[in-house]
Ligand binder design. Structure first.
Ligand code: PAF
Length: 281
């Protein structure tokens, strides 16, 4: 496994890996890797003959006052885990390397970037789409793997790839959960034991909505009401949003007649967690 810190070397190494392997897959991450990330690495390995993983805590997707400074950085442990997975290339650039030109150019996927998490994290998706486009340009992977947990991120990146005619195929892998249902996230490590317990309300509220749906309920407001009741019984958790939206446009869907995304975000103390599921009538 080769660890690369500069854009120039990463371009060269990616070109060589593609030429040798035929198919190079990329798993973009911000490090602090958990089993969710490793499931993406394994899916990429099943699809491609060479896998590259980027580890970059991207400052432009954090708003002032968010957790950029304290975001977990665990490079040594991450490298060990990636080596064990047989990863070919790890790209871990510095902030100066990625933003040396003091960016004036930004990628905004209009109409999507302000929805769901974009409403409470202004500028977040501008940072995400810009850094992902940079990574796709530097590494030119044949495929790139993302987790379904960041459902809006997936919709935005798919749309960017389509609108800008990029050649990379975007692959999406299922959410990985702890046995009690909590979706894995690098931010789970911020939670106190009490908040970790209360955080189960995210997956529980989704399960309650799904149960009603399976019982025949198709009105989104009824499902949302049930989810809000679950939150009312869990005062440590502060609901940010619980929405039922179209998978591509992320517009609210009042009556479920086609597959929809149910997405939830909530604060436990200062930690903001997200979760979602897809309902198919
Ligand atoms: O999902 C993430 O970890 C980040 O948003 C990503 C895609 C690596 C961009 O910084």
């Amino acid at each position: 496994m080769r660890l690369v810190h500069t854009i120039e070397e990463m371009r060269e190494q990616s070109r060589a890996a593609r030429a040798k392997a035929g198919h190079l897959a990329l798993v973009p991450t911000m490090g602090a890797l958990h089993q969710g990330h490793l499931s993406l690495v394994r899916a990429a390995g099943a699809r491609a003959s060479a896998v590259a993983v980027s580890i970059f805590v991207n400052p432009t997707q954090f708003a002032p006052g968010e957790d950029f400074a304290v975001y977990p950085r665990t490079l040594a442990a991450d490298l060990k885990a990636l080596e064990a997975e047989g990863v070919e290339l790890v790209f871990a650039p510095s902030v100066d390397e990625m933003y040396a030109s003091n960016n004036l150019t930004w990628v905004v996927v209009e109409g999507l970037s302000e929805r769901l998490c974009g409403a409470s994290r202004p500028g977040h998706f501008r940072g995400v789409s810009t850094v992902v486009l940079k990574l796709l340009h530097i590494i030119t992977p044949d495929s790139a793997f993302f987790g379904q947990k960041d459902a809006l991120q997936v919709a935005i990146i798919r749309r960017m790839v389509r609108d800008l005619n990029l050649a990379t195929t975007i692959e999406v892998c299922p959410i990985v959960r702890d046995p009690d249902g909590l979706a894995l996230s690098s931010r789970n490590r911020y939670l106190t034991p009490e908040d970790r317990q209360s955080a189960l309300v995210l997956s529980r509220s989704l399960a309650q909505a799904e149960k009603l749906f399976k019982g025949g309920e198709r009105r989104s407001d009824r499902l949302i009401q049930a989810a809000k009741q679950a939150f009312a019984r869990e005062p440590r958790a502060r609901l940010d949003y619980f929405e039922i939206v179209d998978l591509d446009t992320i517009e609210p869907v009042p009556t479920i007649t086609q597959p929809v995304l149910i997405a939830v975000a909530a604060f436990l103390g200062r930690t903001r967690l997200i979760d979602n599921l897809i309902l198919t009538p």
